[in-house]
Design a protein around this ligand. Sequence first.
Ligand code: MGD
Ligand code: MGD
Ligand code: MO
Length: 691
Amino acid sequence: MCGVLVDVDGERVRSVRGDPDDPFSRGYVCPKAAALPDLHDDPDRVRKPLVRAGSGWREASWEEAVDRAASGLAAIRRRHGPDAVALYYGNPVAHNLGLLTHGLAFRQALRTRNLYSASSADQLPQMLAALRMYGHFGPIPVPDVDRTDFFLVIGANPVVSNGSLMSAPDMRGRLDGIRARGGRVAVVDPRRTETAARADEHLAIRPGSDALLLAAMLHVVFSGDGVRLGPLADRVRGLDALAAFVHDLPPERVARRTGLDAGTIRRVAADFAGAPRAACYGRVGLCTQRHGTLAAWLQQAINLVTGRLDEVGGMLLPTPAVDVLGISARLGSRGTFDRWRSPARRLPEFGGELPVAGLADEIESAGPRSVRALITVAGNPVLSAPNGRRLERALNTLEHVVAVDPYLNETTRHAHVLLPPVPPLARAHYDLALNAFAVRNVAKYVEPVVAPAHGERHDWEILAELGARALAPRPLRRLVVGAARALRPERLLDLLLRAGPYGLTLARLRAAPHGLDLGPLQPGRVAGRIATPDGRIDAAPEEFLQEARDRLVAEAEGGASSDLVLIGRREARSNNSWMHNSPRLVKGPRRCTLLVHPDDAAARGLAAGDLAELASEAGAVNVSVEVSDTVRPGVVSLPHGWGHHRGGVRLAVAAVHAGESANDVTSDRHLDTLSGNAAFNGLRVTVRRVS
Ligand SMILES: Nc1nc2c(c(=O)[nH]1)N[C@H]1C(S)=C(S)[C@@H](COP(=O)(O)OP(=O)(O)OC[C@H]3O[C@@H](n4cnc5c(=O)[nH]c(N)nc54)[C@H](O)[C@@H]3O)O[C@H]1N2
Ligand SMILES: Nc1nc2c(c(=O)[nH]1)N[C@H]1C(S)=C(S)[C@@H](COP(=O)(O)OP(=O)(O)OC[C@H]3O[C@@H](n4cnc5c(=O)[nH]c(N)nc54)[C@H](O)[C@@H]3O)O[C@H]1N2
Ligand SMILES: [Mo]
């Protein structure tokens, strides 16, 4: 979403830099943008379809490759029914205009219950909390960072990530802005992150205890005079139940488990409630833990109860030029939960999807309802899903795998057919998804910078052809592809813009290549989004209360065990698992290191640079140790997305900087108890020196 200026010389991409005239990013870009030329020119990027030939690959025509891919899928559907074909959508689907406009139809046409995506390794708890509180998965309010006085960040590192469900280029500048206005920033994170280092206060919480911390903060709010609902007062129910629940969780009771001083918890809660404008934001660290949904609920609740929801400088719902969430609500797709469970693992569906942590079980169960074929689109679950080694073994047993991806990587090497899309600079972009979570209302349409090479296809074209050939009766195939082409992404975008709140057109956006500034976020958007039967926000959904009473409260007194627990870490020059083949992103000192606190290192005889075995119930890897007091004692941190040493992977640069995969250690049994989301953080591990 950052504006970039790309220098091209014919079809050659020379450099990329920030666009100072972009109203949103104002010249800021992160290292990933500067690396776009590496992606474009990467000799390892697959340019022609590949089909399996013995133990290797051969290039094939699109005609042959799509045919192979489709006939394999059709045969399995015929023999075993539609559920035998699983689909996994990876993270870049959310950043790809054509996949956003055309991916849903493909997904629905498959008519399979085995739908998976990166959502269940990410924000699913926030969607479930929204569904139960608002009656719709979409209203995940965004912190109004540019106008807040107190920014409380829980389990997020936006200085590195640029925000997430808070699209915010140049977070460093925005945080400095808060402090320059006399405001405060507090960060709750087991590691003193790049964001925490720029904050006024860092609360080094023990992993997995955020729900208890938030409950204790709510306790302080309810027992003081902090409760204030503002204009939403008559649109909220369940306050008494919430107050009754947190009544038994004063800060003193959670101090040991959270690792935070009760006095500190009281002070931060009171400051938050008392600040003129305040926003409590939570992200991946909040979600990907055992009580992710409870934590996501209580994070929304503290904003709600202190009157921050729908208030300038608090938490607001953006007004994007294409109101995707509004459209989904109007179409009646508000979200569903637990209508069915996966046959083998008994994990609940959400919006028709099952948690990715259960995919290996659904493959391995070898029953009449097991998965026999898989389509992956823009995903690398072998490195990104918990217990990747097990998933990898399961993928090996599948009868047919089709991957839509530009790389032969740890996941796609298991494919029988690989269908590569055009590279990023050869396609148009409009951010349909993440403008709905941007900290400012903006709209920008980006033209392709270079033409696709001869014969290259867009992701959406690949899905349209694959879908038509695998799923439509022969006489209708042409028609299906024709319909997809007639409604090409740009055409759909134009229609959506016209129907949107600003009545824009594609032509209008084309005439403003730096992007349009549509102004700051507006209050008054929440009431219209409440979709519960009684039209009120539920501050204390019964299901959440029950779960909290059954499992969370019992942990309150739990203490400091002598075990170590594992957390993750994102880095500015990584993008989950897939940009490590860019020479400019991987150069420099080794980054896939295990951070170990000096006390824990000393207790295990570990020194910087030593090799250590990091082991859990799920698996073990040998990693290089970095002794650092940025992690709290008892916590070790390893970034995810590495582990490029596997055979059969065509990533020459990444192989030299292979690292180890954190998800060879994370467990597919350690999940958010309510949603089944992966709980990457807070897993018990052991670390010992290896010679
Ligand atoms: N450069 C770069 N940018 C990215 C990405 C990338 O890979 N690289 N990935 C993108 C994606 S897909 C996403 S979803 C976003 C994520 O965006 P963020 O959520 O902002 O990023 P993370 O670094 O995952 O932040 C999670 C934080 O939670 C902390 N944490 C771990 N366990 C706990 C816990 O139990 N409690 C608390 N309070 N904190 C905990 C971790 O130490 C970490 O600092 O970033 C996006 N942006
Ligand atoms: N331990 C641990 N694990 C995590 C996380 C964590 O914090 N800790 N974070 C989780 C999160 S938040 C996320 S979102 C997931 C991400 O999980 P995934 O989405 O499964 O993995 P990515 O690494 O993003 O892989 C993206 C794939 O898409 C391909 N690709 C890139 N662009 C395109 C495109 O335009 N079209 C197509 N067809 N393919 C493309 C790349 O080559 C790559 O293979 O990882 C999760 N895993
Ligand atoms: Mo993500």
